[in-house]
Design a protein around this ligand. Structure first.
Ligand code: ZN
Length: 176
């Protein structure tokens, strides 16, 4: 199935990012004990890909970590090797067992853009932004994101930046 079809079927009034992970065939371990400062890991195990999330992180943080790692999984599959880690600022922590030297700053930035577009697509955010009686806090709650994350996304829309970069970043041949 095409990645964008998986996204579509996991989107209601918010994006079910766990559903996307599962539909991609990745085994989700949402409550792992990970070192301090490690938000998550993608791990190639004997049964396939696993996604580990730090149990110390908040639900919103874990949603972002999932979306960011989905970005790596979709865009950087040829670089993943045995996996990767997500350190404090979503870069590879060289001390972690799963640090991946192939994943550099450019890949991390791409995964960050991918994550914000996946979690906060124009189709969900812009209709809420037009509702005069809805506060930013209420909109963030509905979309299951942080207020600051939503603010940053709204600024992107206000600048008139392209809203469909996600579609351009997913290889057209990506078929899962
Ligand atoms: Zn990353």
């Amino acid at each position: 199935m095409q990645f964008l079809s998986i996204v579509a079927r996991n989107t209601t009034d918010h994006v079910d990012v766990e559903g996307i992970v599962r539909d991609l065939g990745i085994i989700l371990k949402p409550s792992e004990i990970l070192p301090i400062g490690i938000h998550g890991r993608l791990v190639m195990d004997i049964d396939g890909w696993e996604m580990h999330l730090n149990r110390q992180d908040s639900d919103l943080r874990r949603r972002y970590t999932m979306a960011h790692m989905i970005g790596h999984w979709v865009m950087h599959q040829d670089l993943l090797g045995m996996g990767l880690c997500e350190g404090e600022d979503y870069s590879q922590d060289p001390l972690d067992d799963y640090a991946n030297e192939e994943i550099g700053r450019a890949e991390e930035e791409n995964a960050n853009v991918f994550a914000s577009e996946l979690l906060l697509p124009a189709g969900l955010v812009l209709p809420l932004a037009e509702k005069a009686n809805m506060s930013l806090g209420e909109a963030a709650k509905r979309l299951r994101c942080s207020v600051s994350g939503l603010q940053i996304r709204m600024e992107v829309f206000e600048r008139g930046a392209p809203t469909n970069v996600l579609e351009q970043m997913v290889p057209l041949t990506a078929s899962i």
